[in-house]
Design a protein around this ligand. Structure first.
Ligand code: DON
Length: 334
């Protein structure tokens, strides 16, 4: 154990910065181990996403004291896609309160694919805000006098998490708006059951724009660290989310964030997480750090194959599983 009573990793990160960081050495080992893993395929159901380089692979960690450790393609820009969903749901919670949001969106894992055209038969709600149906309903709950104000509020929300103002990849947005027929079917099914409002065409457009926000792996790790830091960006000190809703995002990321892999993820990695078809994964170690990986090769469930391996190895190396007992936590090998 570290001399300050904290964990060895905390001591490790607290004392060492920059290139000499032993954690960077661990990230480099993991990056080297999985950079040539050739499992999965780049998403192509949104045509523009097929342009991604399958070799891209980045890893980044940001701690709650604002230290960033990154390796590989950690500054390569990619579209956030479903990684946006917990953060926009956080907006919906802040705009409407938990009770109202729960009348429109459940918090139950489905075990189904992210784009399933299914609602909870008992309530007619989308099961949770991490699947496309729940995310579209969350988008519909974001307030603003028109789509422009709502989108500007969304960009401002991401700025608070990222510490910089992101832009929207208009080619991906146009590609998704043009081919998003399945999402339109989901949206209008929810309109039929009153889970979204008549403004759902605008909300779908909002959703396509939220999914097309450009980020990089280091941004994503900082977004995760902001959730680890009770909703406060550990680099800028700016609050991105009301602390009372951090619990909501982390618990639903834990149970639903990896879709029909969420059960295995919570068993093997054991961290609140979210994936996106752009190739990103963010994992949150509450009170300690955000972990992000980026590699566009996706498995059959739409999760980054290299990212899953990297996150699992990091969690195992440092005993990061939320239910890991102190007695089971492994020493950090320097
Ligand atoms: O709506 C879609 O299908 C995409 N914009 C987002 C899906 C996604 O990222 C699923 N995550 N693995």
């Amino acid at each position: 154990m570290a001399d300050n009573g904290g964990t060895d990793l905390d001591a490790l990160l607290g004392k060492v910065r920059g290139a000499a960081s032993p954690l960077r050495a661990v990230l480099r080992e993991i990056h080297t181990k999985y950079k040539d893993l050739d499992e999965g395929a780049v998403a192509n159901y949104i045509p523009e996403l097929a342009r991604a380089n399958p070799k891209w692979f980045g890893i980044a960690v940001v701690t709650v004291d604002g230290t960033t450790i990154e390796i590989g393609d950690s500054k390569e820009l990619f579209t956030i896609q479903s990684l946006s969903k917990p953060f926009v749901w956080g907006m919906a919670l802040e705009d409407n309160g938990r009770d109202h949001v729960e009348t429109k969106i459940g918090v139950e894992p489905t075990g189904d694919a992210f784009n399933s055209i299914v609602l909870d038969e008992a309530t007619n709600r989308p099961f949770n805000p991490m699947v496309n149906a729940g995310a579209i309903a969350a988008a519909d709950l974001v307030k603003g006098k028109d789509i422009s104000e709502r989108v500007n509020r969304m960009i401002e929300m991401f700025r608070k998490y990222m510490g910089r103002t992101p832009v929207i990849d208009t080619a991906v947005y146009t590609s998704e708006r043009t081919t998003g027929h399945r999402n339109r079917a989901i949206a209008h099914m929810m309109l039929n059951f009153g889970m979204v409002t008549e403004r759902v065409p605008d909300s779908l457009d909002f959703y396509f724009q939220q999914c097309s926000v450009l980020i990089h792996c280091a941004d994503l790790a900082l977004m995760g660290a902001t959730l680890a830091n009770d909703g406060v960006n550990p680099v800028t000190g700016e609050r991105a989310l009301d602390s009372k809703y951090v619990r909501d995002l982390l618990s639903v990321m834990y149970t639903c964030g990896m879709y029909d892999f969420s059960g295995e993820w919570s068993y093997r990695v054991g961290l609140p997480a979210k994936s996106g078809v752009g190739g990103g994964i963010v994992a949150v170690v509450p009170g300690r750090m955000g972990i992000a990986t980026f590699s566009p090769l996706l498995d059959a469930r739409g999760n980054s194959a290299r990212g899953i391996k990297a996150c699992q190895e990091l969690a195992e190396r440092f005993g990061l599983h939320v239910f890991e007992s102190a007695a089971q936590r492994k020493e950090v090998v320097v």
